[in-house]
Write a protein that binds this ligand. Structure first.
Ligand SMILES: [Zn+2]
Ligand SMILES: [Zn+2]
Ligand SMILES: [Zn+2]
Ligand SMILES: [Zn+2]
Length: 111
């Protein structure tokens, strides 16, 4: 499959198979949904990850609707990532536990 191009899930443009970001629309994980915790491939109708058991339905920090736990909200198309409230850390991440995966401080909305 090396060298084969695949369509982006978001914009349908053909992109290289190992793309982490679509060069056309700039979205993350354009080819394959992955579990935010263990990075195994997941599907949009799953309730939990088949590998690690992470719940795949979360409340969007932008619009408050329940959405599939991926990089973008299914309702408002906003990023589901949050940022660490610790000024020294500020790591951007998906809200798996509600606390920063680096320093353990609470996460807050991206501004
Ligand atoms: Zn795209
Ligand atoms: Zn997982
Ligand atoms: Zn939303
Ligand atoms: Zn942190």
């Amino acid at each position: 499959m090396i060298g084969y191009k695949h369509p982006c899930r978001y914009c349908d443009q053909l992109i290289p198979p190992q793309s982490n970001t679509c060069p056309h629309c700039g979205k993350i994980n354009p080819l394959q949904l992955r579990c935010p915790q263990c990075r195994s491939p997941i599907q949009e109708d799953w309730k939990v990850c088949s590998s690690c058991g992470l719940a795949l339905q979360i409340k969007c920090p932008q619009c408050g609707e329940t959405t599939f736990f991926s990089d973008y909200c299914q309702h408002c198309d906003g990023r589901l990532a949050m940022v660490c409230s610790n000024r020294k850390c500020r790591k951007e991440q998906l809200p798996i536990s509600g606390n920063c995966n680096q320093c353990g401080k609470p996460l807050k909305k991206l501004s």
